[in-house]
Write a protein that binds this ligand. Structure first.
Ligand code: EPU
Length: 444
């Protein structure tokens, strides 16, 4: 039975909610636990589907995983890991992009790894060529099975060997792949053009607790000295800055006022600047941030997504919904994913005025400028939004549709809301707390 969310828009979201650990750190720290020869504990863990998927994959490999929702605590006993049956792992085809990061830990502890066809949001091609090159540079042999789209990887007889890697683009996943392969490789590894997102720095903190030796230089070069053994960790996951920015955008789009407990200024500075320039207001407290619409008109802005410390691509979609209510023409240039503006079609159906362009608008030329991708947009406003029926396309796009439906006049029926559970903990309960008029309905 598919679920439909009936959203009656036009009510400002007001109240207080709390965000727990970042999806994009928690899933990686869970993978890192596999490297430890003694048990680990991860705290501040949200109850989201990506956590369930990684926990199940770890269990298939002999890890005892135990989750306490109230405490937000995950415990892992990794003392007796074993290879899983390929058919069991296959059941996870398309569910998450995390299996690819299990590769390094599996090569170290089991000598081989099997990676099913990956899932994740359809926001571009999302190739894995960087990952493949990294495994090969560490000395692994890689066999890709074209029929099942699965990958089999084998460590060399003496184990992975440290290497020099220069990324052609500072990919988050490729940086994490390198870290997870290098920490127990023989010898030293140097990674040039690494990504340095806060979630990556938190993963490095986890690995250091486990016994790894990693230094991050000012010019985004990461150096890792391989060690023979790693132990378990006890770590409190950094809060989810994507979820925090999503609720902030919801406050702005609905003329609301939301206190987001757990939101942290240092990880969100670029977002806060854009939010303020667009006319949003915020009060920063020790334990969270209050985001609100201060009244008056919102202003159009220029937004260019980039790797850290730039404006995160994952913040773009929710904020664009609020920008439909800003006066003038906002210019958006998406430089991380080639196809992350497709969600604007549905916003236009609701009454927004968003034009897409293949050119790099308003900023530097990016990788997509010569390649015919619609990766820039002009959002003209303010335009009133009206309720409509739509299907959730992906995680962030889905939450953005929800924001649009909440800001719109009239009723929207939103299908496929289960995708949102991948990354937004208890989002229905949070909407309820904020006074949203939403109702889940079953349909055949
Ligand atoms: N890329 C390649 N080849 C590769 C790997 C990446 O060309 O082998 C390209 C991608 O196609 C993309 C760019 O490099 O154009 C950046 O991708 P990156 O590897 O940085 O992304 P990722 O590791 O797959 C993570 C997050 C994403 C987030 C990006 C960018 C997780 C599980 N996912 O993805 O989060 O958008 O970094 O910050 O950490 C989300 O949470 O909704 C989400 C999509």
């Amino acid at each position: 039975m598919a679920k439909v969310l009936r959203v009656e828009g036009g009510t400002p979201l007001t109240g207080e909610i709390y965000v727990r650990g970042a999806k994009n750190l928690v899933s990686k720290a869970m993978v890192a636990a596999f490297l430890g020869e003694t048990p680990s504990t991860l705290r501040n863990v949200p109850l989201i589907r990506d956590v369930d998927v990684v926990a199940d994959l770890l269990r298939l490999h002999g890890v005892e995983v135990d989750y306490n929702d109230e405490a937000g605590e995950l415990n892992f006993d990794t003392r007796h890991v074993e290879a899983a049956h390929v058919s069991d792992v296959h059941a996870y085809v398309g569910t998450s992009r995390i299996p690819i990061l299990l590769c390094g830990p599996m090569l170290h502890r089991l000598g081989e790894a099997f990676i099913p066809d990956l899932g994740g949001c359809k926001i571009g091609d999302r190739p894995v060529d960087f990952h493949r090159r990294i495994w090969e540079q560490f000395g692994a042999t890689v066999h890709a099975d074209k029929v099942s789209e699965s990958t089999y990887i084998k460590a060399p007889p003496g184990g992975l060997v440290g290497t020099k890697i220069a990324l052609e683009y500072p990919s988050v996943g490729a940086t994490e792949q390198t870290l997870l392969c290098a920490v127990r490789a023989n010898g030293k590894t140097e990674l040039v053009n690494a990504a340095i997102e806060p979630e990556i720095m938190d993963l490095i903190a986890v690995l250091q607790k486990m016994g790894a030796i990693i230094s991050v230089d000012a010019d985004r070069i990461i150096r890792i000295e391989g060690v023979d053994h790693l132990v378990g960790f006890d770590h409190w996951a950094l809060p989810d800055r994507i979820e925090a920015a999503s609720w902030a955008s919801a406050a702005l789009a609905t003329h609301g006022d939301i206190y987001v407990g757990g939101a942290r200024q240092p990880d969100m500075m670029t977002f806060l600047n854009a939010f303020r320039k667009a006319g949003g207001a915020f009060d920063i407290k020790d334990e969270g941030i209050r985001f609100y619409h201060p009244g008056g008109e919102l202003s159009s802005i220029h937004l260019e997504t980039d790797v850290h410390p730039g404006f995160m691509t994952d913040w773009q979609q929710p904020l664009v919904v609020a920008l439909t209510q800003a006066k003038g023409h906002s210019v958006i240039h998406e430089t991380v994913y080639e196809n992350r503006l497709g969600f604007t079609d549905a916003l236009n159906q609701m009454g927004a005025d968003i034009q897409l362009y293949r050119d790099c608008l308003g900023g530097l030329d990016c990788r997509f400028g010569q390649r015919n991708y619609y990766h820039s947009a002009i959002v003209s406003g303010p335009t009133p939004l009206k309720g409509t029926d739509f299907e959730v396309p992906d995680l962030r796009g889905g939450f953005s549709y929800l924001i649009a439906a909440l800001a719109a006049e009239g009723v929207s029926n939103v299908r496929g809301i289960d995708i949102i559970n991948r990354g937004y903990e208890h989002f229905m309960a949070k909407l309820d707390r904020l006074g949203a008029r939403v109702q889940k309905q079953g349909t055949r």
